[in-house]
Write a protein that binds this ligand. Structure first.
Ligand SMILES: Cc1cc2nc3c(=O)[nH]c(=O)nc-3n(C[C@H](O)[C@H](O)[C@H](O)COP(=O)(O)OP(=O)(O)OC[C@H]3O[C@@H](n4cnc5c(N)ncnc54)[C@H](O)[C@@H]3O)c2cc1C
Length: 387
């Protein structure tokens, strides 16, 4: 189906990366996106390992470097905003190596968008409302604007709350695992007054984390995540009320962030932290990609990278099996499964870093982080280069 028509739901990281790769491979690509227009801003994401490699193969590393925030100084602060200890930027730099990019999610999306927009039509304010039963070719897909399209492949890259997954695989409750935490992230209207550029101030306490990041360029951003018995209850309260209650004791820069207009704006990202676990990521000619298929959660820190890698490898698999889409999707999935499983496992273990279960855990964690600043310890973290 190398000259086939592909419909992608979702113009996020996975959807745009798939559009870029498949358009380049000769497919006719159509993207539908539920949002009315492009979204910007967002939180910081690291691209390293297979995510960086995929960005490289997709040909977007040079463009991303222009948005790279690089390594930054990390202050661990108390509730009143005073600094407990500092991890210098050089430490992160030496631990991560050179094949890494730290960019705002919105910048990654913009770079992908700019790479495909001229060639691929993106229909905003549109969703998939019906997919004809599996296997048929062409596959008849109904869209929310009432049109019907005939395509060879449908890619559901429409995030954790995927509409394509609901249509083709079943209700969200079957696949989305609530991790008992919520996350809020939003860009700030003004740079933080006391956190200098290229610095993050992070407050970690029992069951919660709060952080503000002042980048080298672009808008500063804030990030909060905490454990809760009722993610639904928190989401219903709304971001401003939920954060105000949970972080009432904070002072200093983080207090200013909580009181800011941005924390009360509709643009703030506020959701339950979840993983998506499925036995199979495709059915017939419908395949899920990125968070829709395998969300590893923010605690894994590799979701954007996996979205890029998944899209790029989907293109490779389809090219290797031009006449057999079932074999292509099977091979693609087999190649990604272990990596996804490992990131999901590490995320479940890593939750405690963002929301330590007790004061003892918190103090042990602080001791461990502090130990990294001891002479010689940082060297142990350096990635090993070729001999
Ligand atoms: C605070 C935070 C920090 C993170 N840090 C990192 C990190 O350091 N490194 C990393 O690699 N990852 C990180 N991630 C994860 C990463 O952001 C996601 O895994 C990644 O964005 C997933 O991309 P996606 O395209 O699959 O989904 P999304 O980015 O969610 O995109 C889905 C798109 O589909 C659209 N959509 C939704 N429903 C529909 C519908 N029914 N029809 C059409 N369109 C629809 C949405 O509007 C959106 O544009 C972080 C996540 C969070 C929340």
């Amino acid at each position: 189906m190398a000259d086939g028509r592909v419909l992608i739901a979702g113009a996020g990281i996975a959807g745009l990366a798939a559009a870029l790769r498949l358009h380049r491979d000769g497919y006719e690509v159509v993207v539908v996106e539920r949002a009315e227009g492009r979204r910007t801003g967002g939180y910081l994401v690291n691209l390293l390992g297979s995510g960086f490699d995929a960005a490289d193969r997709l040909g977007i590393v040079d463009q991303l470097r222009r948005h790279d925030q690089g390594a930054f100084t990390s202050n661990v602060v108390r509730a009143d905003g005073t600094v407990r200890f500092t991890l210098p930027a050089a430490m992160a730099e030496s631990a991560l190596g050179t094949r890494v990019l730290t960019v705002f999610r919105g910048d990654l999306e913009s770079v992908l968008h700019d790479a495909v927009a001229a060639a691929v039509g993106i229909r905003y304010g549109t969703t998939v409302t019906g997919i004809e039963p599996d296997g048929a070719r062409p596959l008849r897909v109904t869209l929310s604007d009432g049109t019907v399209d005939e395509v060879d492949l449908v890619i559901g890259a429409d995030g954790v709350h995927s509409g394509v997954r609901a249509l083709a695989f079943g209700p969200e409750e079957e696949f989305v695992r609530d991790m008992g935490h919520v996350v809020a992230a939003f860009p700030l209207d003004a740079p933080p007054a006391t956190t200098p550029p290229r610095t993050a101030d992070t407050f970690i306490d029992v069951g919660r984390t709060a952080a503000v990041f002042h980048p080298r360029a672009g808008a500063a951003s804030a990030f909060f995540t905490y454990r809760t018995d009722s993610t639904q209850g928190e989401l219903e309260a709304g971001v401003a009320a939920a954060l105000a209650e949970r972080y009432a004791d904070l002072a200093g820069e983080l207090r200013a962030v909580l009181d800011s207009r941005a924390a009360h704006s509709r643009g703030a990202y506020f959701d339950a932290v979840s993983q998506v676990v499925m036995d199979c990521w495709s059915t017939g000619r419908t395949v899920l990609l990125g968070d829709a298929a395998w969300c590893v959660s923010l605690f894994a820190g590799h979701g954007a990278g996996l979205a890029l890698a998944g899209a790029d490898r989907l293109g490779i698999a389809l090219a290797e099996h031009p006449d057999d889409v079932t074999a292509a999707l099977r091979t693609w999935e087999q190649g990604l499964r272990d990596e996804v499983r490992e990131h999901q496992r590490k995320a479940r273990l890593g939750m405690a870093r963002y929301a330590p279960p007790s004061r003892v855990h918190l103090e042990i964690q602080n001791l461990m982080i502090r130990a990294l600043t001891l002479p010689g310890v940082g060297r142990l973290l350096r990635p090993r280069g070729p001999k």
